[in-house]
Design a protein around this ligand. Structure first.
Ligand code: ADP
Ligand code: MG
Length: 220
């Protein structure tokens, strides 16, 4: 059967447009079809746009940024290619786990870093260079950078997850310092449930002009 696509209209995104290894991981995770935010964000991120995603909890934001990042990372590359900032250690652990599941069949893995535990252990694991994605809370990420234990000079993706919550927790200076240690040439993906003035300022200062805004409701 022929599929008719109106001029200027894009074919709807489905997981079978992805790398076969990523598809296999998603199947193993039981992800059959993309959620609304994934449907919009993944193709735009794959095209190279910076993204602002406004969506409530439980809408599938982790895979919305994780899938395009993992599509763009080669497991043979050394060094950290993506830095994901989250407000809490629980989120850092949860997000790193989900990203590692998505990346599993491609040999891409994510490592969570957060405060309140030994920094040396985290530094030793980072030193091995096997984790292309680092997911962390801003305070500990900043500490590791300032001690020379985490280098972000090869980063191609920066993600601010739950950005409003991070600002409420007073992380703005840490976030700005971390972003200043990443290359200018990269993609920035920002997710936030709300868009207060401080978030809009962050967007103005750190996202490339031409960034795309995606807003979705609560239902998956
Ligand atoms: P958010 O970050 O928006 O709060 P998550 O990324 O944590 O949401 O996703 C919420 C839950 O939905 C998680 O358990 C996740 O594994 C699951 N999930 C995400 N995307 C899909 C999908 N496409 N199909 C099935 N389950 C999904
Ligand atoms: Mg989330």
């Amino acid at each position: 059967m022929a599929i008719f696509i109106k001029k200027g209209e894009k074919m709807e995104f489905t997981f079978n447009q992805l790398d076969l290894k990523v598809q296999k991981s998603l199947e193993e995770m039981g992800f059959e079809s993309p959620t609304p935010i994934q449907k919009e964000a993944i193709p735009l991120a794959l095209e190279g746009y910076d993204i602002v995603g406004q969506a409530q909890t439980g809408t599938g934001k982790t895979a919305a940024f994780g899938i395009p990042i993992i599509e763009n990372i080669n497991s043979r590359e050394r060094g950290v290619k993506a830095i994901v900032l989250t407000p809490t250690r629980e989120l850092a652990i949860q997000v790193a786990h989900e990203l590692s599941l998505i990346g599993k069949n491609k040999g891409v893995s994510a490592y969570p870093i957060y405060g309140g535990v030994s920094i040396e252990r985290q530094a030793n694991i980072l030193k091995r260079g096997r984790n292309q994605i680092v997911v962390g809370t801003p305070g500990r990420v900043k500490d590791l950078i300032s001690r020379g234990l985490l280098k972000l000079d090869r980063v191609r993706f920066a993600v601010l997850d739950e950005a409003d919550q991070m600002l409420d927790m007073g992380f703005i200076e840490d976030i700005e310092e971390i972003l200043s240690k990443t290359p200018r040439e990269k993609q920035t993906l920002l997710f936030s449930a709300t868009m207060p003035y401080e978030i809009r300022k962050l967007i103005d200062n750190y996202l490339k002009s031409g960034y795309k805004t995606i807003k979705v409701g609560k239902n998956l």
